[in-house]
Every structure is written in structure tokens, then in C-alpha cells.
Design a protein around this ligand. Structure first.
Ligand code: PDD
Length: 286
């Protein structure tokens, strides 16, 4: 059975879905996206993702093709039509297809392109990696300066993943002026003593929806949180490390640049936060 996807108002099998070769997402990476997880057939943190999407669009003066209510309906319809119990919904909106290739933005009346598709991931919340932890390498952050906008310019993060693979690791933490910004597709944290440390929000990092929820739950559980930049040296000397994202929830990091972090096994803080996050976000899933 082929996957049913959504393209500009129509639900259709993925092999029939098409986009113009003049689409600005294709020619200029002129588009934004969101990834929302699905557990037990329900969307996790939908409102957070919808709110960040509107912000990304507005920062780029891009039109919003659908209301957030319609967006929720489309998400639910796709989850149902593809019979997703656990998985992800990918959403992308671009500035649409201009008549020709031109660096200048097209007429603001140009209809945006909107595409959504699902990814089936049975057992997403029971990933074996959560039990073993993942290995990261540190690489220079060579992305543009507005990483708070969730654009589809993912070439450098993609290269970072390949650098990690080549080094026998799972992911890369990007570093700017000696301090960690974030992972290729997740926010980065260390734990020192009883304090959780993660970079403060700015244009330097994506304002993770999972990050916001995890920090809220950590504070509610009386854990100490410091939002500040941390160095690679601090990370290597930390007691624990972990990452958060819609696709990995809370994932322990046990090794950096071939050296163990803490005991080299998933730590109790990451394990506890993962448990709380999954439990609480399932309660509010829609
Ligand atoms: N990535 N930082 C970056 C650079 C990201 O790409 C992501 C998400 C995050 C975490 O954000 P959130 O908690 O809202 O998922 C942080 C998604 C999952 C992706 O590109 O697949």
C-alpha cells in the first residue's frame, strides 16, 4: 500500500505527488518545516509545533497557506489514512513556485507550497538507543546565523551526520567559539552535579519544542536548570549528557570524540527526564 501524502489541498498516493521544478524550496531552500511525533495515534506537542511554524513563516515574510485548525485536521487525517500508531508527521511550506528562477522573492500573491507526509516508526518511544545511549563527535558549526528559524537548509547538518558516521559515531554536536550550539537535529544538554545545563535561546539555536517541555518538567520536578553556553571541555568532563528532539524525545549521549562522558552509560537524569517527558506528553497528545 502506498503512503498517502498531502500536497496543496489534495490527499494522494506518494508516487503521484508532484512539485514544480521552479518551487523556491527546491531552487533556494526557501522553505520552512516541522516534524511532529505521533504516539498511540496522537500528535505530541502539536500546539508548540504550530506556533513555531507561524513564527518561522513570519520571520521570512512567507504566507501561511492554512489556518492552524486546518493544519491539525490535515495532520489527523494523514495519521488516520496511513494507519500510524507511532511515527512522525513531516510538514513543509515553501514560498511557492515563481514563474522563473529569480533571487528576488516572487509576487507576494504567489501561492505557497504545502506538503505533509507521515513516517511510520513502530515502537518510536522504545528505541534501543535510549537504553545504550548515543555517541557524538564535535564539529565546527558552519550554518547560517538564523538557526532559530526552522528552514529546510539542512545540507550542513546532513554533512555533520556523515562526518559522525565516518568517525563511528551517531551524531555531531556543533561548536562555535568553543561552545556547543546544538546537535545536527536536536538540542544539546550536559549534567554537572545536580544541574542541567543547556544553551540559552537566541538566533544561534533552534528553539526546540521538546526542549521547552523538558525544561518545564525538570523545573517542576525541582531539578536545577542553567540556560547558558557550555564548552566542549565542560561536556567531556560532565556527569551526563543528552539531546532532545521530536523524533528522539530525550536521548542519552554517552561518548564524545571517543571519550566516555561520566560513566559512559546513560545517566539517571536523562532517564528520569525521558520517562517524565513521555508520560506527560502522552497525556496532552491530541
Ligand atoms: N529536528 N535543533 C535542531 C537543529 C533541529 O533540527 C531540531 C529538530 C531540534 C529539536 O527541536 P524539536 O524539539 O522541536 O524537535 C533542535 C527535527 C526533529 C528534524 O529535523 O527532523
Amino acid at each position: 500500500m502506498s503512503r498517502i501524502v498531502y500536497v496543496n489541498g489534495t490527499y494522494l498516493p506518494d508516487e503521484q505527488a508532484t512539485i514544480s521544478i521552479f518551487d523556491r524550496g527546491f531552487l533556494f531552500a526557501d522553505g520552512v518545516y516541522e516534524v511532529t511525533s505521533v504516539l498511540d495515534g496522537k500528535l505530541i506537542d502539536f500546539d508548540g509545533h504550530a506556533t513555531r511554524l507561524q513564527r518561522s513563516l513570519s520571520e521570512l515574510d512567507m504566507n501561511t497557506p492554512v489556518t492552524m485548525e486546518t493544519l491539525l485536521e490535515i495532520n489527523r487525517e494523514l495519521v488516520a489514512r496511513n494507519d500510524i500508531t507511532d511515527g512522525l508527521v513531516y510538514l513543509q511550506i515553501t514560498r511557492g513556485a515563481a514563474a522563473d528562477r529569480d533571487f528576488a522573492f516572487p509576487d507576494p500573491d504567489t501561492p505557497p507550497t504545502i506538503v505533509l507526509f507521515t513516517q511510520n516508526k513502530p515502537g518510536l518511544a522504545d528505541s534501543p538507543a535510549a537504553k545504550t545511549g548515543i555517541k557524538v563527535i564535535s564539529i565546527e558549526d558552519q550554518r547560517w546565523g538564523r538557526r532559530d528559524i526552522k528552514t529546510v537548509q539542512l545540507l550542513y547538518p546532513s554533512m555533520g551526520k556523515m562526518m559522525a558516521k565516518a568517525a563511528g559515531a551517531d551524531d555531531a554536536w556543533m561548536v562555535e567559539d568553543g561552545a556547543v550550539t546544538e546537535g545536527t537535529s536536536n538540542n544539546a544538554y550536559i549534567v554537572k552535579g545536580n544541574t542541567i545545563i543547556t544553551r540559552q535561546l537566541s538566533h544561534d539555536i533552534l528553539h526546540g519544542i521538546t526542549r521547552a517541555a523538558v525544561l518545564r518538567f525538570a523545573r517542576e520536578a525541582q531539578m536545577k536548570v542553567e540556560e547558558r553556553a557550555f564548552t566542549v571541555e565542560e561536556a567531556k568532563a560532565a556527569d551526563e549528557a543528552f539531546v532532545t528532539s521530536a523524533s528522539s524525545f530525550v536521548m542519552p549521549v554517552v561518548e564524545m570524540d571517543d571519550a566516555p562522558i561520566g560513566t559512559g552509560t546513560p545517566g539517571p537524569v536523562a532517564a528520569r527526564l525521558r520517562e517524565i517527558y513521555l508520560e506527560e506528553s502522552r497525556k496532552t497528545a491530541i
